[in-house]
Design a protein around this ligand. Structure first.
Ligand SMILES: [Zn+2]
Length: 408
C-alpha cells in the first residue's frame, strides 16, 4: 500500500480553490484545477510515493500485474486497471455530453482508424475501444443536468416560459410525447441553422427572465440554468437541449450513475467520480470543442428517465455504504467510522479481491493492509495492490473514506 499522488488536470471550467483546499495546498491556485486523476490512465497516470521516491502507478502495474491487479482482474480485463477514479471540481458547467456503449465504442474506434484519423486529433471521437459508464458521488452540494426528463413535464416547462416562437416545437413534442418525439425535437434544435438559433435562444432566455420575475418557483432552477448557459454559450443549441434534461441537485454523499447514451452536463460542485478507464466522449454543445452531431445522435438514448432512476441505490452495511451500479469495471463505496467503531480495528473486506483506490474525505484513518500500514488524512489517497488486501481501518475521530475497486 502506498500514498497515491493524483495527476492534476487544469481545464477552464475548474476551480481555483476546491481541489487545493481539499488536498491541503495553498489557494487560490494560479490555474483553474478541474480534475485529480487517481488511476493508471496512460494519458496521465497517478504516482505512488514509496521509500525510493515516486513512481508511476501505470509502470508499477505493468511491471507486476499479478501482484497489483490480482488474477481475477487480469482474467477479466487484461493487464490494465479497468477503472479511473477522479476528484472533480466544476466551477463552471462542463460540455453537454454522452458516452458510447461498449459495442458503439468498438465499432467507432475501428471506423475512425479506417479513416486514418489520428488518436490525438481534435475531431477524433473514439480514443479507445471502451465504453465509459460513470458514477459521481457529491462531496458537497453538486448540480447537474442528466437524462431526458419525462416528456409531459418538459412540455409544462416549455409552456411556462410563454415564448410564442417555442410553440411549434412544443406542439411537435406534444404530438409525439415519447422517445421518438424527443429525438425529433433534439435533432431539430441541434441541426438548426445558426441564424435561427440566434433568434430563438435569446427569446427563450427572455422567457426565463420573465418567468423568474413573475415570482414563479416551480421551474426556477431550470430557468436559472438556462440563463447561466445562455450567457456562457450565446446562441448554442445546447441551451435549448438543456431544457429537456432532468435538473439534478445532489447533497454530499448522494450519487448519480450515467449509463451509455445518457446526455448529461455537470454544472457546479465537487465530487468523487469513478468511470471505466476510457476517454470516449460525444459532445452535444456548450463547449468550444469538436461537436460531431451525427455521431452524437447515433449514441444518444432518448428514453425519458425520472431523475430517481439515475440515482444508484445505496445501503449501509456495517461501516460500508455501497453505491449499486451495473458497471463491471468498477464498484464504489463509502467507508465510515463513527460511534462505537472508533478506537477499534474494523475489518473492511471488499466484495472483489482486486486492487483498491482509497480517498479520505473526512478525519484521519489508519489503513492496515496485509503487509503495510498507512495513515490517510482528508484529501489523501492510497493504492492498495490486490496482494495487500483485504484492509482493516482504525480511526479515533469520525472518518470517511471512499473506495473504488473492480466491479463484481
Ligand atoms: Zn460524462
Amino acid at each position: 500500500m502506498d500514498v497515491l499522488r493524483g495527476a492534476l488536470r487544469t481545464y477552464a471550467w475548474g476551480s481555483h480553490t476546491a481541489i487545493a483546499e481539499f488536498t491541503g495546498r495553498p489557494s487560490p491556485t494560479p490555474h483553474p484545477e478541474a480534475e485529480l486523476w487517481l488511476g493508471a490512465h496512460p494519458g496521465d497516470p497517478a504516482r505512488l510515493e514509496g521509500d525510493g521516491g515516486e513512481r508511476s502507478l501505470l509502470d508499477t502495474i505493468t511491471a507486476d500485474p499479478e501482484g497489483q491487479l490480482g488474477a481475477a482482474t487480469r482474467e477479466r480485463f487484461g493487464d490494465a486497471l479497468p477503472f479511473l477514479a477522479k476528484v472533480l471540481a466544476a466551477e463552471e458547467p462542463l460540455s453537454l455530453q454522452a458516452h458510447p456503449s461498449a459495442e458503439q465504442a468498438m465499432e467507432g474506434f475501428a471506423r475512425e482508424d479506417r479513416l486514418h484519423i489520428p488518436i490525438s486529433a481534435p475531431i477524433r471521437n473514439y480514443r479507445d475501444r471502451s465504453h465509459k459508464p460513470e458514477l459521481l458521488v457529491a462531496l458537497g452540494p453538486f448540480e447537474a443536468l442528466a437524462g431526458f426528463r419525462p416528456v409531459a413535464r418538459s412540455i409544462e416547462l416549455l409552456r411556462a416560459l410563454t415564448v410564442a416562437d417555442l410553440d411549434p416545437f412544443v406542439n411537435l413534442l406534444a404530438g409525439q410525447a415519447d422517445a421518438d418525439g424527443l429525438r425529433a425535437l433534439f435533432t431539430t434544435w441541434i441541426t438548426a441553422p445558426q441564424a435561427d438559433l440566434d433568434v430563438l435562444v435569446p427569446l427563450v432566455l427572455d422567457g426565463a427572465v420573465t418567468y423568474l420575475r413573475s415570482g414563479a418557483t416551480e421551474f426556477a432552477r431550470e430557468a436559472k440554468t438556462a440563463l447561466q448557459l445562455g450567457e456562457l454559450y450565446p446562441g448554442d443549441a445546447g441551451v435549448l437541449a438543456a431544457l429537456l434534461l432532468n435538473r439534478i441537485s445532489l447533497a454530499a454523499g448522494e450519487g448519480i450513475y450515467l449509463p451509455a447514451g445518457n446526455l448529461h452536463a455537470y454544472l457546479h460542485g465537487v465530487g468523487f467520480e469513478v468511470m471505466a478507464n476510457s476517454d470516449n466522449v460525444l459532445r452535444g454543445g456548450l463547449t468550444p470543442k469538436h461537436v460531431d452531431v451525427p455521431e452524437l445522435l447515433r449514441v444518444l438514448d432518448f428514453t425519458p428517465t425520472d431523475e430517481s432512476a439515475l440515482r444508484p441505490r445505496s445501503a449501509r452495511e456495517g461501516i460500508e455504504t455501497v453505491y449499486d451500479t451495473p458497471a463491471p469495471e468498477f464498484a464504489v463505496s463509502l467507508l465510515r467510522l463513527d460511534g462505537a467503531d472508533l478506537g477499534h480495528e474494523m475489518d473492511a473486506p471488499s466484495r472483489h479481491d482486486g486492487p483498491q483506490v482509497l480517498l479520505c474525505t473526512e478525519g484521519s484513518v489508519q489503513v492496515h493492509g496485509k503487509s503495510s500500514v498507512l495513515t490517510l488524512d482528508r484529501g489523501a489517497a492510497a493504492w492498495v495492490a490486490a496482494d495487500d488486501g483485504p484492509i482493516r481501518l482504525v480511526a479515533d475521530q469520525p472518518a470517511s473514506l471512499f473506495r473504488a475497486t473492480v466491479g463484481i
